[in-house]
Design a protein. Structure first.
Length: 276
């Protein structure tokens, strides 16, 4: 999970909210033949480099067959309300969660699709992630607080550069970086410490489901293969070129995992020293 930089208003959503502050997301989605909501959805993903704000899978529509042979289609990505829109009702104080620009981000559909050929390898509840798993948790507990601030990390409020996570090269899992977390605090945290907040975030979005672990391990394999090929050829510039394509230009699929692998590799750090 990396920081999401959101542009400031005005935009199609904030214009609509100013005119119809008590309206629903569904009505906004249908307004103007759906053109405004489509524009907002595109804006969110453009600002996130087409990555899911939670798990960082690649949701780009152009040239999507590179990372997903089946292709990514528009219905494989959606708008997420961090504070669940069902938690706000007419008469509540504060801005309408459904129409709050600062409350929406772009996410994947959390493993609930059927285009994944290996979907049968996973049980559905264990396979869900991101907002799909968050919704699953809400359905299990009717008393859950749907204002998730302080309960889990919100990508918009993350530091631009952070090391909140570690990567397990044996399992593909993300874990809390206890040492780093001990040096960083968040204004709103419902847990005893930052490490607990990060751990609860991983669990609440099911970021260590088997589907995502396997995909992150593929990033590790790509990294090790590229390093070995460069070594075998005696030309480490090939590895440097590979690393530059990994994220110096713009964030890519599982960028947090990529950043961890680079930071833990003395060779990679040395090669990229002049690029930063």
């Amino acid at each position: 999970m990396r920081k999401v930089d959101k542009s400031r208003p005005p935009n199609k959503l904030t214009h609509y909210e100013s005119k119809y502050p008590n309206d629903t997301w569904k009505n906004f989605r249908d307004f103007n033949g759906g053109l405004d909501s489509t524009a907002i959805k595109k804006k969110l993903f453009d600002e996130q480099y087409d990555l899911c704000a939670y798990c960082e899978v690649d949701l780009s529509l152009a040239d999507s067959t590179v990372n997903n042979p089946a292709g990514i289609f528009e219905h494989h990505r959606r708008v997420e309300h961090f504070k669940s829109k069902s938690g706000w009702k007419l008469g509540d104080h504060g801005i309408n969660w459904s129409l709050d620009w600062d409350n929406v981000i772009g996410v994947c559909i959390g493993g609930t699709d059927n285009y994944n050929k290996n979907l049968e390898d996973f049980s559905m509840s264990e396979n869900k992630s991101c907002d799909a798993y968050k919704e699953f948790l809400e359905s299990k507990s009717k008393n859950i607080n749907k204002d998730w601030h302080g309960n889990v990390l919100f990508p918009v409020y993350l530091p631009r550069f952070h090391q909140l996570f570690t990567f397990n090269k044996a399992t593909g899992e993300l874990n809390e970086n206890v040492e780093y977390c001990s040096k960083l605090s968040f204004i709103k945290n419902n847990h005893p410490d930052t490490a607990s907040l990060v751990r609860h975030t991983i669990n609440s979005f099911n970021l260590n489901c088997e589907r995502l672990n396997k995909a992150r391990l593929q990033i590790l394999y790509d990294f090790e293969r590229a390093k070995k090929r460069a070594r075998d050829s005696g030309n480490m510039e090939k590895f440097k070129f590979f690393l530059c394509k990994w994220g110096v230009e713009k964030p890519k699929l599982f960028q947090t995992t990529r950043d961890i692998l680079i930071s833990e590799s003395p060779i990679a750090v040395a090669l990229l020293k002049d690029e930063n």
